[in-house]
Ligand binder design. Structure first.
Ligand code: SRM
Ligand code: SF4
Length: 562
């Protein structure tokens, strides 16, 4: 079948498309919005444009209703999300994030499921100083939201292979796919305005992509990045004799989000389409996949605009052919690979350079000081020693990397002093494998609680597991406040997806490796029905599981879900 090249401009229908086209290279009227003192937010159109600068306008949803009753406007504040490809920063950058969080935001540093950090609660007048302070430490928030490529993520612990080589790819891909406009530098960093010549945005053109775009690099056997949840997945093929990187299998069309009641939406795992054996080829393949999505993605309906729908709409064979036409060479046949896990390696572990890493479990990625666990203070103290780097994981955790053996003791004593070692000792297996999205009180799309509730629910699940002597089971549990899937609950062995306040749909049956989606088991469950149901399920699991069978595989075999 011949498919005619489409003129995406003619199909431009959504408000977002219009705003992007008219944004003057992502400038919009942000400068005017910033000067507006009558309200704490941005003009409507600019709220879309500032997203491309990594900023989200939000309001405190806990008090929204109360304010509305008093006829008060929403209490606006902003979330800023940093671009940290591969999740890697140095100690000095951590100190900067710490200080900025104290000065300009709520003080809580949130590690996200895409290996970066967010700060919440910035008021409008603090945005510019925040971005300027980040810039002094070589940190930026460009393209961490909006219809462009997002933070590129990669595996954090790569066994005997070199992390640097994998990180280098994440960094190069991120750089290659950055928008070229100088808007960020002009607006936030006072760079002199230079008139951009025509076609200054060769990749994104005037309309950018139809939707957000995500790329991940996984190093088997660990799929800690959930590679198949991404628009593009790179699966590193490492020579098992000399640990050299041979190249990458490339997968396309992953994406998790669904919309309640919209049956056209679905989660999809990426499809492996071939292998690339050189950096030049890999970068070219990635670039041209984006151009296909730019030219063929749906610009009429944002719910159906991700690459997964483009691929299913045109067919994977057409997609591969179109890609090979654009890159000018054929993809090699995919190489065999096996994923066995998605975990972070908590505590001390030696890396490929014979240096040491220490990985913290950070519940839902939230860094602040609690009564007995002074995590934020401990991390500052460690950063001040400047004897390690910081690495965010895609499971919302944090690894201190490259610690010389002589420095281990120093760090260990800080961990002890600030209550971390004791805390780490007592975390249950299910909690270590848990993740929740932000949801209330800042996420405008939340229907139910996420990170504020999952810890309490786990408190109640733990005794049930203990009752059946299952407390050592590494069961992956994830919760979101809506079906967008920000903590990737569709890839959890137990997925809880918010439907309305206090109610969740329960999903079961994904596997450990992140290569199988779960399925809807029961709808609209409140806490007591979730706990009752899990009690019955764990009872059967204890009694009927095969030797070594994990929970996800067991629930599939039991055919609880069809
Ligand atoms: Fe997400 C929107 C938080 C990872 C799918 N996500 C949002 C927003 C920005 C709400 C909004 O549009 O205003 C949330 C901000 C909440 C807040 O107050 O901070 C939000 N998403 C997050 C984070 C912080 C969750 C977390 O607790 O870690 C993650 C930030 C990642 C990052 O650093 O870039 C986050 N979001 C994800 C993931 C997981 C992933 O990418 O691995 C997904 C599912 C994978 C996928 O894309 O299919 C995800 N977020 C969405 C969607 C649905 C996209 C779609 O295809 O329809 C939305 C809504 C949208 O884009 O319209 C969304
Ligand atoms: Fe918000 Fe929904 Fe994402 Fe949770 S899953 S952060 S509720 S958009």
């Amino acid at each position: 079948m011949m498919i005619k090249d489409r003129d995406y401009k003619k199909e431009m229908t959504t408000v977002e498309e219009k705003i992007k086209q008219e944004s003057k290279g992502l400038r919009g009227s942000i400068v005017e919005s910033l000067k507006e003192e009558l309200f704490g937010g941005f003009y409507d159109k600019d709220q879309i444009v500032v997203k491309f600068h990594g900023l989200y306008q939000q309001d405190d949803r806990d008090i929204r209703e109360e304010r509305s009753k008093k006829k008060l406007d929403r209490l606006h504040s902003f979330m800023i999300r940093l671009r940290i490809p591969g999740g890697f920063i140095n100690s000095k950058q951590w100190i900067a994030i710490h200080q900025i969080s104290e000065k300009n935001s709520t003080g809580v540093i949130k590690i996200t499921t895409r290996q970066t950090v967010q700060l919440h609660g910035l008021i409008k007048s603090k945005i510019k100083p925040t971005i300027q302070s980040f810039n002094l430490s070589k940190l930026d928030s460009i393209a961490t939201c909006g219809d462009v490529n997002r933070n590129v993520i990669c595996s954090t612990y790569v066994g005997k292979h070199s992390y640097e080589e994998i990180y280098d790819y994440a960094s190069k891909i991120s750089k290659m796919l950055l928008p070229k406009t100088r808007a960020y530098y002009e607006i936030w960093l006072d760079e002199e305005k230079i008139l951009e010549k025509k076609n200054k945005e060769p990749l994104y053109k005037k309309s950018y992509l139809p939707r957000k775009f995500k790329i991940a690099i996984a190093v088997p056997p660990n799929n800690d990045v959930d590679v198949f949840a991404n628009d593009i997945g790179l699966i590193a093929i490492i020579d098992s004799f000399n640990y050299q990187l041979k190249g990458f299998n490339m997968s396309v069309g992953g994406g998790l989000s669904t919309t309640h009641g919209n049956h056209k939406t679905y989660s999809r795992l990426g499809t492996v389409i071939g292998f690339s054996d050189s950096e030049e080829k890999t970068l070219k393949i990635i670039y041209e996949i984006l151009t296909i999505q730019r030219d063929y993605g749906n610009r009429n309906d944002r719910k159906l605009a991700r690459l997964k729908y483009t691929i299913d709409n045109y067919g994977i064979d057409w997609f591969k052919k179109e890609l090979e036409k654009r890159i000018g060479f054929s993809l090699d046949k995919e190489h065999p690979f096996v994923f066995t896990e998605r975990t972070d390696y908590f505590g001390w572990i030696q890396n490929n350079k014979q240096l040491w890493n220490y990985t913290f479990f950070i519940e839902n990625g939230l860094i602040f000081d609690k009564k007995y666990v002074h995590l934020k203070s401990a991390l500052l103290k460690i950063a001040e020693l400047q004897i390690c780097d910081f690495l965010f994981t895609c499971n919302q955790n944090l690894t201190l990397t490259d610690i010389h053996v002589n420095h281990k003791e120093k760090i260990q004593s800080i961990l002890h002093e600030y209550g971390i070692l004791n805390y780490m000792k007592n975390i249950s297996s299910i909690r270590k494998n848990s993740m929740a999205c932000v949801a209330f009180n800042t996420c405008p799309l939340a229907l139910a609680e996420g990170q504020r509730y999952l810890p309490n629910l786990i408190d109640k699940i733990e005794p049930i597991l203990k009752k059946y002597q299952l407390e050592k089971e590494e069961i992956i549990i994830r919760m979101t406040g809506c079906p967008n899937g920000c903590s990737r609950p569709y890839l959890a062995e137990i997925g809880l997806i918010g439907v309305s306040y206090g109610l969740y749909n329960l999903y079961l049956g994904a596997n450990k490796e992140g290569t199988r989606l779960n399925k809807l088991y029961k709808k609209n469950m409140d806490e007591s029905s979730i706990l009752k149901e899990l009690d019955l399920i764990f009872h059967d699991f204890r009694k009927e599981r095969f030797l070594g069978e994990n929970f996800g595989n067991f629930s599939l075999r039991k055919q609880w879900i069809v």
